[in-house]
Design a protein around this ligand. Structure first.
Ligand code: C5P
Length: 233
């Protein structure tokens, strides 16, 4: 699978996201839609963006009992999204149920990616709030292996973790990596950042880029810079 740039469309409503996408006439993009936009705009936003020929990573991070996740995933699969995700903390049984739900009658399905530990969770909070006392790096790698064993396609992780994930789970297991910033650009609230070029060198399969593109003076030029640094095309 070729490397690709996923644009995080963290806009509050349909008009804002459509106005942003209007900049890219002729480009077929891979866009990430998160909870805020999906819960506000509903499934219509997915159909509208797909109708423009773009791919969609629907970032809803499902985490529930296996039966509920199976049924919810079957609804998302019928929406024809290209990538969806779950929390690996939901267990291997839940991740297997997610794959069952996503698989269409013809055997195809969207890519399924796991979130391991959220980057907002520190070692201290993990230990004290949810009583997981193993080192966070070990937990992240264990969850990645669980996702791989359950048959998922990859994990969301830092580019800095991509190589360890590939060593543990195989080169084909996808690493979808946020925390991307251009050299010399604004870092904002991200802490450990990597340039698109460095992410490529570290083995990321997809970079997820939000504000460096969405808040750029020239979003198309910023997108093209990401593609030039990261993709093989
Ligand atoms: O604007 P920025 O490039 O920081 O956006 C990164 C995107 O990736 C956002 O949608 C953010 O929620 C998401 N993300 C992240 N870090 C994670 C998981 C997801 O930044 N660990």
């Amino acid at each position: 699978m070729g490397k690709d740039v996923i644009i995080a469309c963290d806009f509050s409503g349909t008009p804002e996201v459509m106005a942003f996408l209007d900049n890219f006439s002729g480009e077929k993009l891979f866009v990430k839609i998160g909870m805020e936009l999906f819960y506000g705009a509903g499934p219509a936003i997915v159909r509208e963006i797909k109708a423009r020929g773009h791919k969609i990573f629907l970032d809803l991070k499902l985490h529930d009992i296996p039966n509920t996740v199976r049924k919810a995933m079957s609804v998302l699969s019928r929406l024809d999204v290209d990538m969806v995700n779950v929390h690996a903390a939901g267990t291997k049984a839940m991740m297997e149920a997610a794959i069952e739900g996503l698989t269409r009658p013809d055997g195809t399905r969207p890519l399924l990616i796991a979130v391991t530990q959220l980057t907002s969770t520190s070692q201290e909070r993990m230990t004290e709030d949810i009583l997981i006392d193993r080192p966070i790096d070990e937990v992240v790698m264990h969850y990645a292996k669980n996702a791989c064993e359950a048959g998922l396609d990859g994990v969301v992780c830092s580019p800095l973790e991509a190589s360890a994930v590939h060593s543990a789970c195989g080169e084909k297991f996808l690493t979808v990596t946020p925390g991307i910033r251009f050299a010399g650009g604004e870092v904002g609230d991200q802490v450990r950042v990597t340039t698109p070029e460095k992410a490529k060198a570290l083995g990321s399969d997809f970079i997820v880029v939000g504000r460096p593109i969405t808040a750029a003076d020239d979003p198309v030029a910023a997108y093209k810079r990401c593609v030039a640094e990261f993709c093989d095309r």
